[in-house]
Design a protein around this ligand. Structure first.
Ligand code: PEP
Ligand code: MN
Length: 638
């Protein structure tokens, strides 16, 4: 059945019967169809990385990867990990291509009317194929890891959400197909490449990729070689620009300006003869359990000592940009702890734009940071910038930070995922929300479920601020993930004068917490002094956010806080009376009774709810307020 679904474009597949062929996704995914196309036994994997690792480790004989889709072109989600493995030295050969016709249905739980569907879940590549049709129907797109996985999520959820998936996946998870094909293009299809380890296979397909940091160098190669080029983002650090299908690698190499472009071909016949390891008998397709930053589940609450973040609990992490000396971090730790901070931050390895700027005091400073944290009862958060820093830092620091610049350092993400510590993952200054969640997925796939996302400003055209705090992006991420999301107003602003405003904006927008840079001598700070709050201003911010009072606060500060609350209460009571008077006047003008016992009961309930466990006080306050309101409304007690 699966075999019939796929259209094979090379002739001699049937003889590879009973190979185990891996694909990314859940049973019912299009990859499963491609995996079964040549007679293989399909086996699903959580991610493309896991799939390629299984191929490398001999756990499967062959892997299928989607390369190209008729609507959206290159499938970068698959090609980039593929490129990574090849760049890292994995020797692969492309042994076949399979085109799988794609019909993306919109499916929901049985009985859901189409009009009730407001959101549709699917893999980002599938959602991109339906952008216009879904927009026309007013359906919002929600990203998850796989088309069949989307069907599974919707099936387990009691909402009217839909999945964009194959009819097979819909049926497999008991969903009803509402629209048979929601692709923007009628003849949709995805081309999968079949890969084997080079020493087991003779390459049959001409497939190459170009490593280059020069876009212009590759721009005309498609015309020159007649190849299909699949463009990838490519950066100087990650110099894979293009995949090339159907090209003669030798010709490509000859035409490419050798200085800029390196052609790596997976299409040359392998040196060794085709010797395929026999499949294990009776292998059933198995799907490993998946972590899923984007799965639908109850909010993840990360808890480390006094720090609680997520599911309504809010974190306030504060401290210096860099740990400068044992005394500096101890002084600042004491200040932020007394204001109600629940964790201490401080950099020991600093990512600096200028290589001659202060780079951090390294592991020595970790001891200073940890001592300051311990003395003040706070767990510490510090950034790791390289894989070899993870182990020594994780031995002592309670939380590991991945900085914005390293958000897509996949090796580092995997390494912190294995370190056994919660991870604070900053959003890259140029990363989309999807990419940010993808990075979280890497950490989770490494084994760490306690990931805290942090919006820290993105790079825009604006130069008045260091970055632009993307509150919209933070809000857009909220329904997509169960992970806590905090905000960093300091790196977003780059200026101390804007930090409080941005902090309050993020807090009001429902951020699960803040991370704020505080320094007691900003002018002499070794890094980011211009954006540091002095302790007094941090104290004011903490008070404005109504963080929990703490007995460690100096008495004068607690008194000032209470005074401020009393003032606010007085102002609010005055406003309440004014509004009540307007209501009374309006009722009188329209001939309605001014007194309404049901309203009084409702007001009483409001106060009782706001003062749990203090009914007596609530009742007294209501009595007082109603009495004052009636006086304002010129009503005499009956
Ligand atoms: C930091 O927190 O000190 C830092 C360098 O942040 P970011 O990675 O967000 O720039
Ligand atoms: Mn900083």
């Amino acid at each position: 059945m699966l075999r019939e679904l796929a259209d094979q474009d090379s002739a001699e597949k049937a003889k590879d019967i009973d190979l185990t062929v891996g694909y990314q996704g859940e049973p019912g995914a299009y990859g499963e169809v491609a995996a079964a196309a040549h007679g293989g036994i399909p086996k699903g994997f959580a991610s493309f990385e896991k799939l390629l690792e299984a191929l490398r480790d001999g756990e499967i004989d062959e892997a299928v990867l989607p390369m190209e889709n008729a609507v959206v072109g290159a499938i970068t989600e698959a090609l980039e990990p593929f490129a990574n493995f090849v760049v890292e030295g994995m020797e692969l050969a492309a042994v076949g291509l399979t085109s799988v016709p794609v019909r993306l249905s919109l499916a929901a739980r049985p009985g859901t009317p189409l009009g009730a569907v407001k959101r549709a879940w699917s893999h980002p590549a599938a959602l991109r194929q339906c952008t216009h049709r879904l927009a026309q129907m007013g359906i919002e797109r929600v990203v998850c890891y796989d088309t069949a996985g989307a069907a599974q999520i919707v099936a387990h959820d009691a909402s009217t959400d839909a999945a964009v998936c194959s009819r097979r996946a819909a049926e497999r998870y008991g969903l009803e197909v509402l629209v048979d094909d929601v692709s923007d293009k009628e003849q949709n299809g995805t081309r999968f490449v079949h890969l084997r380890m080079a020493d087991h296979a003779r390459a049959q397909v001409s497939l190459a990729f170009l490593r280059t940091s020069s876009m212009t160098a590759t721009a005309r190669l498609d015309v020159l070689t007649g190849a299909t080029l699949l463009p990838l983002a490519g950066t100087t650090d990650y110099p894979v620009r293009m995949w090339v299908l159907g090209a003669d690698a030798a010709r490509l190499q000859a035409l490419a300006p050798a200085r800029d472009v390196q052609v790596v071909s997976l299409g040359q016949p392998a040196a060794h003869a085709a010797k395929v390891t026999p499949p294990k008998q009776g292998t059933e397709p198995v799907v490993k359990s998946l972590p899923h930053a984007t799965a639908r589940k109850a909010p993840t609450v990360v808890e480390v000592g006094p720090l609680r973040v997520g599911g309504g609990a809010r974190a306030v992490i504060a401290g210096p940009c860099s740990v400068e000396s044992p005394e500096q971090v101890m002084r600042i730790a004491r200040e932020v702890a007394s204001c109600g901070a629940t964790a201490l931050r401080g950099g020991i390895f600093k990512p600096r734009t200028n290589p001659y700027a202060f780079q951090g005091h390294g592991l020595e400073a970790l001891d200073w940071l940890v001592a300051a944290g311990k003395a003040n009862g706070l767990p510490v958060v510090t950034e790791v910038m390289a894989v070899d820093q993870v182990k020594p830092v994780a031995e002592k620091a309670e939380i590991l930070q991945i900085g914005a610049r390293n958000m897509q350092n996949f090796d580092l993400l995997r390494a912190v995922g294995r370190a056994g510590r919660p991870v604070l993952l900053k959003r890259g200054a140029g990363a989309t929300v999807d990419e940010w969640l993808g990075a979280a997925e890497y950490v989770m796939a490494g084994g760490e479920a306690r990931v805290i996302l942090c919006e820290r400003g993105i790079r825009t055209f604006e130069t008045a601020t260091r970055n632009t705090l993307d509150v919209g992006g933070m809000l857009a991420a909220r329904p997509l993930t169960h992970l806590p999301i905090i905000a960093d107003p300091s790196h977003a602003a780059g200026r101390a004068d804007l930090v409080e405003g941005l902090a309050r904006a993020a807090w009001s927008a429902g951020a699960d917490g803040l991370i704020v840079e505080v320094h007691d001598d900003p002018a002499r700070a070794l890094s980011d002094g211009e954006q540091a709050l002095i302790p007094a201003r941090f104290a004011e911010l903490a008070r404005n956010l109504a963080l929990h009072p703490d007995a460690r606060l100096p008495l004068a500060q607690l008194r000032a806080w209470v005074d401020a609350i009393d003032h606010d209460l007085g102002v609010l009571v005055q406003r309440r009376l004014e509004v009540a008077k307007v209501i009374g006047d309006s009722k009188r003008q329209t001939g309605r009774a001014v007194l309404d016992p049901r309203r009084e009961a409702a007001v009483r309930r409001t106060y009782q709810e706001a003062l749990p466990g203090n009914k007596l006080l609530a009742d007294k306050l209501v009595d007082l307020l109603l009495e004052a309101a009636k006086a304002q409304q010129s009503i005499d007690e009956p």
